[in-house]
Design a protein around this ligand. Structure first.
Ligand code: F6R
Length: 606
């Protein structure tokens, strides 16, 4: 996640850029930079660290000019220093670019450019874009950007300008870009709030759109140059609604951000051509004999999915602990242990102390973490960032699915390195993993969401709920119950479905809704037997079924269909339906989903 802003008009560009970047700093604050064009030159100023470092300098020495681009960085390739900060300029300083996203094939592109005489200043993937555009430039900036983008693979929101043209050229694929339309001025940004002080007329650019901005207008095409029509939306959000992207709550916004969050988790890490996974970590995948996964709450349930995936795909023994237990049970740890801590915030004190306990015993340590630079990341040997972006809603949603996505990557990486996965198996799983953002998008389609809302409201008066699931989806049931209880305050229990007959079955009566995760899997028949046990005792069955499974629908009172996914990655897709079930139950009951009672986002007390 990085934030980008562009401006062309009659105001001093620097002011628009700095105020826009201040509203985008949530997207990253490793460095900030601007480029402002003024009569035949473009001046770049960039600084590592928070925006205040840059804006302080610019206050002393403002950059005059009415056209400019600005960037706030969340580092992916290259250290967060001044050189790797954006904008990136060509050697002659005539062309500058800013970029949000990841160029997956940048290494091979960079090698080619160096061979053809280009010199690189930074370690970033983004700088290849500046050189590719320079190489293709023959007087037409738009054509040069188009030619450059034809060579890249990955995600980008890119904004470009050149001293010879009073215009800004921008394009997007995956990474967001919105255009603000003013009177005699035009704006660009990663997100609406950056532009609200200047205009409320916005054009949301689509994937594969390219746009050329002038002082008094714009032209949108696709990447091949065919004209595209996009509506101008009038945004009437107040400041708070703007931060929530127009959604009623951060939680709902974050539920809908899951396709993008997963794209970021997976981006640049899957190589379909070779069946390899690249995690950019220094850990030796063969240097340990067992794995301890340690986490709290939702992150713990992601760890339980991880246990299943790693044991299945990499055949390494895994145990999963809640951190508050692990740290006090004198755990058996040695230099043959890999301790994996899982945390959205990277600050949860129980997990942090458990990490220290594991280190004391000599374990190697790896974190699956969202928050950059958080306390845990400073103590870990290696961090696999999930790149889900800031999560503000107290109930974790997008961090959970991205954590599970990261475990899929890790299990594949370990399986490949330890020779437990054949090429064909790896490629099949890679394909299934790559599908995840699309499947989650599909899980969020309006018809499905409306059905989940209907079912949530039907059972919203229930006093208790039971959630059941098996195998890799047993943790989906646990997480579904946690989501429901923490935001709706309805008591919810969750069990591995086969365990029900050993006790919880006594709870079942006609007033108990039982959510059963019964999507396509090698255990589906067994799960359906458990469904029948519930029905035989008059329990109300809400079944999560894979699209097209009409046969098993007959055993349920209500069915929530979810997109078909490979069993190993299905927990990601299935979690979305249960998040929405909890969300609609809580909102129907009038609860504040973003700030559930008694809970805090980051638990830094024992
Ligand atoms: C539940 C929830 C909590 C957290 C837990 C760990 O929705 O958000 O259970 O998952 O407090 O927090 P992190 O992941 O920040 O360590």
């Amino acid at each position: 996640m990085c934030g980008i802003v562009g401006y062309i008009g009659s105001r001093q560009a620097q002011d628009v850029l700095i105020s826009g970047l201040a509203r985008l700093e949530y997207r990253g604050y490793d460095s900030a930079g601007v480029a402002v064009a003024d009569g035949g030159q473009v001046v770049v100023k960039k600084k590592a660290g928070k925006l205040a470092n840059l804006s302080g300098e610019l206050e002393q020495q403002p950059l005059p000019g009415t056209l400019g681009i600005g960037h706030t960085r969340w580092a992916t390739h290259g250290l967060p220093n001044d050189t790797n900060a954006h904008p990136h300029a060509t050697e002659d300083g005539r062309l500058v670019i800013i970029h949000n996203g990841i160029i997956e094939n940048y290494l091979s592109l960079k090698a080619g450019l160096i061979e053809r005489g280009h010199t690189f200043q930074s370690e970033t993937d983004s700088e290849v874009l500046a050189h590719l555009i320079e190489e293709a430039y023959a007087g037409d900036l738009e054509a040069a950007v188009r030619a450059a983008l034809a060579q890249v693979r990955g995600a980008y929101g890119i904004v470009v300008t050149h001293v010879d043209h009073r215009e800004i050229v921008a394009a997007r694929t995956v990474s967001p870009l919105v255009m603000g339309v003013g009177e005699g001025e035009m704006f660009l940004a990663s997100d609406v709030p950056a532009l609200l002080p200047y205009t409320r007329d916005m054009v949301f650019l689509h994937d594969g759109d390219m746009v050329v901005l002038h002082d008094d207008g714009y032209r949108i095409t696709d990447l091949q140059g065919n004209p595209q029509e996009r509506p101008i939306d009038r945004i009437d959000w107040d400041a708070e609604a703007a931060e929530k992207g127009g959604y009623d709550s951060y939680m709902l916004k974050e539920i809908y951000e899951q396709p993008a969050a997963l794209t970021n988790t997976l981006m640049g890490r899957l190589h379909d051509d070779t069946g390899e996974v690249n995690l950019d970590i220094s850990l030796d995948p063969t240097a340990f004999k067992r794995i301890s996964v340690i986490a709290c709450g939702t992150a713990y349930y992601a760890g339980l999915v991880g246990e299943y995936l790693i044991e299945q795909l990499a055949r390494i023994p895994v145990e999963v602990d809640v951190a508050s237990e692990y740290r006090y049970r004198n755990p058996l740890v040695s230099e043959h242990t890999l301790a994996i801590v899982v945390s959205q915030s990277g600050e949860t004190i129980d997990t942090l102390e458990a990490l220290r306990e594991a280190k004391k015993g000599g374990a190697k340590t790896l974190g699956i973490i969202n928050a950059k630079g958080s306390s845990m990341t400073r103590e870990l040997d290696d961090t696999l960032y999930i790149h889900a972006g800031p999560e503000i809603g107290v109930a974790s949603t997008k961090a959970y699915t991205s954590m599970v996505g990261a475990f899929v990557l890790l299990a594949l990486w370990l399986g490949r390195a330890r020779g437990t996965l054949t090429d064909a198996q790896a490629q099949e799983l890679l394909r299934a993993t790559r599908e995840l953002p699309r499947l989650v998008e599909e899980a969020l389609n309006p018809a499905r969401v409306a059905e989940i809302k209907r079912v949530a409201e039907k059972y919203a008066q229930a006093r208790d709920y039971l959630f059941l699931g098996r195998g890799v989806n047993a943790p989906t049931a646990f997480e579904g119950a946690l989501k429901l209880k923490e935001i709706s305050y309805i008591h919810a229990e969750a069990y591995a479905a086969g365990e029900m007959k050993h006790g919880p079955i006594a709870l079942i009566d006609a007033n108990l809704p039982v959510v059963v995760v019964a999507t396509e899997s090698h255990l589906l028949e067994k799960t359906i037997s458990n469904v029948q046990e519930v029905r035989a005792r008059s329990g109300k069955v809400i079944a999560l079924l894979s699209d097209g499974d009409t046969e098993n629908a007959a055993h349920a009172d209500d069915v929530l269909y979810v997109p078909r996914a490979h069993e190993m990655v299905s927990p990601v897709v299935n979690a979305v339906a249960l998040q929405l079930l909890a969300y609609f139950t809580a909102t129907y009951l009038g609860k504040d989903v973003d700030k559930p009672r008694n809970l805090a986002k980051s638990v830094t007390v024992e």
